[in-house]
Design a protein around this ligand. Sequence first.
Ligand code: AP5
Length: 213
Amino acid sequence: MGKHILLLGAPGAGKGTQSKRLADEFDLEHVTTGDALRANKGMDISHLDFEYDTPREYMDAGELVPDDVVNEIVKTALQEADGYVLDGYPRNLDQAEYLTEITDLDAVVYLDVSEEELVDRLTGRRVCPDCGANYHVEFAPPEEKGVCDECGSPLVQREDDTEETVRERLSVYHENTEPVVDHYRDEGVLAEVNGEQTPDEVFEDVTAAVEDA
Ligand code: AP5
């Protein structure tokens, strides 16, 4: 059976970058709530009687999408996966409790990156809307400016990567998701990795943490 790996970290810590590589390395599904919600941004959730009628409105404001919506997405994705790297979930203690009810974890890895670095990374990130490849204007630029190396499509900035929304996402992270990191730390299952090294060095430490767990 494939491993169950949870990757935690603030917005911009490198979860997406490392999760894709980990999923390839250990032959696992990459389950990411951010990508799943972006693919369903326009989903009508008005019948659930929340503040907004679609995930898009929460995401563009940098707020969390309601638990009922996200929990369902994660449950289905984990049930379908023979081993996974989970990225972007849980983001609050209620989601962490739900996760404990639906699965067990082999490794929980936290990518530690300072706030200043997070803002630089997110505001400089560019993504390919067609194949999902991820770049940074300074730290990981494409060969040709503004063009995806993988598929040649024009790169775009994510709608929630503007400085104002990034600040809101970080404040939501401090309030809601840091307690989740503390929870796994208190349980003695958290492997902490310095996320400010090069992507290759981070990958080496994350892989070692997963193998040691
Ligand atoms: P989501 O897509 O999950 O965004 P996030 O957690 O804010 O994380 P990011 O994808 O922005 O960053 P990352 O850590 O993956 O970093 P990356 O590898 O790209 O969520 C978006 C929204 O969806 C949320 O705000 C919320 O509204 C909603 N949502 C999602 N999950 C939810 C949930 N569970 N509950 C409720 N709502 C939910 O790297 C960032 C940049 O840095 C890139 O440019 C990369 O090239 C660069 N980089 C990466 N590693 C390095 C390195 N080592 N050195 C230098 N640069 C690096």
